[in-house]
Design a protein around this ligand. Structure first.
Ligand SMILES: NC(=O)c1ccc[n+]([C@@H]2O[C@H](COP(=O)([O-])OP(=O)(O)OC[C@H]3O[C@@H](n4cnc5c(N)ncnc54)[C@H](O)[C@@H]3O)[C@@H](O)[C@H]2O)c1
Length: 273
């Protein structure tokens, strides 16, 4: 069934992972898909594989996003669907991830056992300004920058659909991850406010809040996977299609009365959001 036949979509951070899976399912559902990522050749490689069009931009930069949309408008007059998916874990480029994971696991065991705690691994007391700001700028500014450019055409067209990538971390606080949790909580707040604003213009805005999904982002946290599976009622990490199908639903006419919502495929981690 071509649920997105004739639609045009832009998915950010789509060279791999959840964004790529969403772009693939959108394409199969009949949409013409534009694939953004930081690196043009990575975006173009994925686009060539899926039959889409690759666009480079760092979503955290307003200028970079404006330039990407200028290129997008050369290829299409309108945009029906924007998926603000680009994101970072904050672990990118770190060469001591295994040690960090081991420290976090041993910390969790100590807390559970009621043992004395001297320090918090990845704690807010040791966070740097630049790490904090990068987390906010990629997730929060990026979602704002791309939404703003898309709405410049969606509002006059009185039609559009925006899907923002949140996380269960946006509602669940998690020690050692305050920046990520704060950024994702902001995205959920932005989603609700924008949904309210955009409804009279027939633009729907929703969020997806994935649980733990197996991607390149969560691979480096492999040491934590057994614990995460144990804490998940469905006893596994999600796969990328668990999220991609949620995006297809929200983007389709089947969700025409759905706006301001957070859909959370999370294996039962949360029983409701
Ligand atoms: N994997 C999970 O368990 C999980 C859970 C909840 C939410 N999420 C969110 O889902 C989204 C995708 O995650 P993923 O697991 O596919 O991660 P991933 O690391 O596999 O893919 C993220 C993609 O975003 C791109 N990107 C990063 N910064 C960018 C920027 N400034 N501009 C443009 N592109 C940028 C990366 O290059 C990469 O291709 C993220 O927003 C993430 O926070 C993931």
């Amino acid at each position: 069934m071509n649920r997105l036949e004739g639609k045009t979509a832009l998915v950010t951070g789509a060279a791999r992972g959840l964004g790529e899976a969403i772009a693939r399912r959108f394409t199969e559902a009949g949409a013409r898909v534009f694939i953004n990522d930081l690196n043009l050749s990575a975006a173009q490689e994925t686009a060539a594989r899926l039959g889409g069009y690759g666009l480079a931009a760092d979503v955290s930069s307003a200028d970079s996003v404006a330039a990407m949309f200028a290129e997008l408008w050369k290829q299409t007059d309108s945009l029906d669907i924007l998926v603000n998916n680009a994101g970072i874990s904050g672990l990118e480029g770190m060469n001591d991830i295994d040690q960090r994971m081991a420290d976090m696991l041993s910390h969790a065991e100590k807390v559970a056992a009621g043992a004395p705690i001297d320090s918090i691994p990845g704690g807010t007391d040791s966070a740097t300004d630049s790490d904090w700001q990068r987390m906010m700028s990629v997730h929060v500014d990026g979602t704002f920058h791309c939404s703003r450019e898309a709405l410049k055409r969606m509002y006059p067209a009185k039609s559009g659909n925006i899907i923002n990538m949140g996380s269960i971390m946006g509602t669940l606080g998690r020690g050692g991850g305050t920046a990520y949790c704060t950024a994702k909580a902001a995205i959920l707040g932005f989603t609700r406010a924008l949904a309210h604003e955009a409804a009279p213009m027939n633009v729907r805005v929703n969020a997806i809040a994935p649980g733990w999904i197996a991607t390149d982002m969560t691979d480096p946290m492999e040491a934590m996977h057994p614990m995460l599976k144990m804490q998940t009622p469905l006893a596994r990490l999600g796969d990328v299609d668990d999220i991609a199908w949620a995006a297809v639903y929200l983007a389709s006419e089947e969700a025409k009365f759905v706006t301001g919502q957070t859909l959370s495929p999370n294996g039962g981690w949360y029983m409701s959001q």
